[in-house]
Write a protein that binds this ligand. Structure first.
Ligand code: URA
Length: 432
């Protein structure tokens, strides 16, 4: 078998055999297949798709490319959560401490930014000292000791996905149902949780632009979950507008800390409450969903999840003083306002345009090797439904150069549409 034949087959829309998929995953992980050969195959998959059997085989091969954790000695009720990606998506940082506070252990392996979407690992790394690179023993110990661990893909868990994920990011192959489903589910299977709640984002700032595509992705991941004997629920959420007020790594940590203290943007709160409730429903089969929802709301009000987040940061080596006083986060040298040009109501705020503008600022990577700037980003003052008048500040751009600030101010201004009537946004679209 050789990689050229495999590329040729996928290029010609042939179904790849189990052996071909396993060969590719193994040899690419081991470094015997080059990045450019893998890029050619990934591009062919992105264009020509995969059958259900191919997707299952790819998921299992990626999950088995490293260790597959068995956490049954810690609990039989470990839950995990993952998002298919979005702009301003800081939900993991808020929802996981809430669930852990309610006694459900969380074992979560997150990713870095992908395409225009942000990554939890990049966000966590803006906290000085926070180590996303734990050994499996440390990961397990933290779950045992404090009921939560949030790490990156740096331990030997699904290493094939780590390589393919970074490659996809740099060759514009992020939007693909087979590649997203196998990427997410291979990580979830390898990290050892029994139940999985997936936030399948849908809209301009998501990979899935409409509800039909998001539903197809959700159904595929539920199918993989069933096959892998993991209880899997998908919540379809709106990503037409950035989630919450901040977009950018340390800026989102600041917003998440505020949210954990109970001060949460409306859209963030509806997604947080829904996902946390679904996580409890899966872990506590006997309690009623309405009671679980009440428990989540109570924890948010109590501020206990904020204490759990601090415990997590401390346990993973982070400097907790930054969480206690978020003013300590280094600010970008330029903070420029975006001014409203007419009276009315915010009708839309295009998440995709915001994501692209954020990438230009340095929130994410254009190439695999690029470094990111944790300080930069956008903080919105006005969101869909808000009344605005000419001269109001719509947002602040945090930039590291005057040129980037100017460019971003113009992009953000063009992301807004102002209308004459107040509109509302539905945040939760469906549960699958
Ligand atoms: N998150 C992942 O882990 N993988 C994807 O492909 C998209 C979002």
């Amino acid at each position: 078998m050789n990689i050229l034949d495999i590329i040729e087959n996928k290029k010609n829309k042939k179904e790849l055999s189990k052996e071909e998929i396993e060969y590719f995953v193994k040899k690419y992980t081991e470094g015997e297949i080059t990045d450019y050969q893998a890029a050619a195959l990934i591009m062919a998959i992105c264009i020509n798709g995969m059958t259900q059997d191919e997707i299952l085989t790819l998921t299992v091969a990626m999950a088995n490319s490293g260790d597959v954790l068995d956490l049954s000695d810690i609990s039989k009720n470990i839950v995990d959560k993952h998002s298919t990606g979005g702009i301003g998506d800081k939900i993991t940082l808020i929802v996981t401490p809430i669930v852990a506070t309610l006694g459900v252990p969380v074992a979560k392996m997150s990713g870095r930014g992908l395409g225009i979407t942000g990554g939890t690992v990049d966000k966590l790394e803006s906290i000085p000292g926070y180590n996303t690179n734990l050994s499996i023993e440390e990961f397990k110990k933290n779950i045992k000791d404090i009921g939560i661990s949030l790490i990156g893909q740096t331990v030997n868990l699904a290493p094939a996905d780590k390589k393919i994920y970074a490659l996809r990011d740099s060759i514009s192959c992020t939007k693909s149902i087979p590649l997203i489903a196998s990427s997410i589910m291979s990580k979830k299977i390898a990290a050892g949780a029994n139940s999985i709640v997936l936030d399948v984002t849908c809209g301009s700032g998501a990979f899935m632009k409409n509800k039909e595509e998001a539903t197809r992705l959700a159904k595929m991941m539920v199918l993989i979950g069933k096959w892998a004997k993991r209880k899997t629920v998908c919540v379809l959420t709106n990503m037409d507008e950035p989630l919450g007020y901040a977009v950018g790594n340390s800026l989102e940590i600041v917003e998440a800390v505020k949210a954990l203290k109970g001060d949460m943007a409306k859209d963030v709160k509806s997604v947080v409450v829904k996902l946390a409730t679904e996580m409890l429903n899966l872990a506590h089969k006997k309690s009623k969903p309405a009671d679980n929802r009440k428990k989540v709301l109570k924890v948010i009000e109590s501020g206990k999840a904020y204490e759990k987040f601090k415990e997590l940061v401390e346990k993973q080596g982070g400097d907790v003083s930054y969480i206690e006083d978020t003013e300590k986060f280094e600010k970008a040298p330029i903070i420029a306002p975006v001014l409203c040009e007419k009276n009315g109501y915010v009708k839309s705020l295009d998440a995709e345009k915001v994501g692209k503008a954020g990438l230009e600022l340095g929130i994410g990577r254009m190439k695999k090797e690029d470094s990111i700037d944790h300080r930069v980003g956008i903080v919105f003052e006005k969101k869909i439904g808000d009344k605005v008048k000419k001269g109001d500040i719509l947002a602040y751009v945090h930039a590291n150069s005057p040129e980037k600030a100017n460019e971003c101010v113009n992009s953000i201004l063009s992301s807004y549409k102002i209308g004459s009537k107040k509109v509302t946004k539905k945040n939760i679209l469906e549960v699958i």
